[in-house]
Design a protein around this ligand. Structure first.
Ligand code: COA
Length: 338
């Protein structure tokens, strides 16, 4: 038994900040950001929350799949930027959708989160533990961004993407994933729940001598860059070898959208043409666990995906964590109609 994607959806906030807007906040320029990252603008929440975006992306994915919320056995939300600590975002999405049968939980693995959500749902469905799953990546990274730090605030954006999976007969492709907690310092963000007003007074006070910066995302950009361009091609090759699939059989590599130069370097190292590496980060920036499902949804809705095509999904990020999964595109209503 394998898990096939039978519908996708996404939600993007309408409010945008382009590079010139960022240049009014910190010393940078549109030219520098475009050249070093490929990002031109990013979408930022106004009235939305991580949960509201997740629920909207989920509704669109269910509609695309022709699946009702009552059919869902599992709802997984991958996020590092949930509105609240409790309840988990997946339970809040369940409540908004009306999916009474679903088991719901969140998963925190930063920019590799959607890959791990897919793998977890795949393992559930493959083992007979449910038939229909909804996986979502949703992030309000603007809440975790230090808008005074030009090394990070140029990179990130908000949004959500979702996919509906069904247990079906088909080829099983095993995923490959890795983690290296020894390198966690490369990308960090401390919890703010004990001083940002959500506390009921029982939590530990924020130490007076702790600089505020620690409570926003902090990154060693060069270390993360080097890690990504080395580990992503390696893990993709591992997944291809493990499953006896050649790179020639892959139609698209759908990578986490962090930086255009990273994607180009991965393509070069794999010896594959850039046409196989769709890029949309110029519009959204890095939306962490939402980036892969947003891109997948765009490609689905643009009719770029065809039945039987093999795709590689690959993510990398804080933890450090990284991984690649091969999927075969099977049941897409958008394509069926065409
Ligand atoms: N605008 C203008 N100058 C900037 C700048 C900005 N936004 N950010 C940094 N600089 C400056 C630095 O201060 C430095 O100046 P100096 O040489 O006078 O000290 C210079 O630009 C080069 O800095 P460096 O950090 O070496 O730049 P870089 O080429 O590595 O680019 C990143 C920085 C963040 C764009 C790049 O490292 C990157 O994309 N890393 C991966 C990040 C990522 O994808 N993270 C998420 C993974 S999930």
């Amino acid at each position: 038994m394998t898990a096939t994607i039978c519908g996708t959806g996404s939600y993007i906030p309408s409010y945008t900040m382009d590079n010139n807007d960022i240049a009014r906040l910190v010393e940078t320029s549109d030219e520098w950001i475009r050249e070093r990252t490929g990002v031109i603008r990013r979408h930022i929440i106004r009235d939305e929350t991580t949960v509201s975006m997740a629920a909207e992306a989920a509704k669109r994915a269910l509609e695309d799949a022709g699946v009702s919320p009552e059919e869902l056995d599992l709802i997984l939300v991958s996020t590092i930027s949930s509105n609240v600590i409790l309840p988990c975002a997946a339970c809040e999405v369940q409540e908004r959708l009306g999916a009474p049968r679903a088991t719901c939980f969140d998963l925190s693995a930063a920019c590799t989160g959607f890959i791990l959500a897919y793998n977890t749902a795949f393992a559930y469905l493959n083992s007979g533990f449910g038939k229909t799953a909804l996986i979502i990546g949703s992030e309000s990274l603007s809440n975790l961004t230090n808008w005074k730090d030009r090394r990070t605030c140029i990179l990130f954006g908000d949004g959500a993407g979702a996919a509906v999976l069904r247990a079906e007969e088909g080829t099983v492709y095993l995923p490959v994933t890795h983690s290296d907690g020894r390198k966690g310092e490369a990308l960090t963000c401390k919890s703010r729940h004990d001083y940002n007003g959500l506390s009921d007074g029982h939590c530990r006070e924020r130490p007076q001598d702790t600089p505020d910066e620690e409570y926003y995302m902090q990154m060693d950009g060069q270390a993360v860059f080097k890690f990504a361009v080395k580990s992503v091609p390696e893990v993709i090759n591992e997944a291809l070898e493990l499953n006896h699939v050649s790179s020639g059989e892959i139609s698209y590599y759908i990578l986490h959208q962090a930086n255009r130069r990273i994607i180009e370097a991965v393509a070069r190292r794999l010896g594959e043409p850039m046409e196989k590496f769709p890029v949309n980060l110029q519009e959204y920036g890095n939306t962490s666990s939402a980036s892969i499902p947003i891109l997948l949804d765009e490609m689905n809705r643009e009719g770029k995906l065809r039945k039987g095509q093999k795709l590689v999904l690959a993510g990398f990020g804080a933890g450090l964590t990284w991984g690649a999964s091969i999927i075969e595109w099977h049941r897409c209503r958008t394509n069926e109609i065409k």
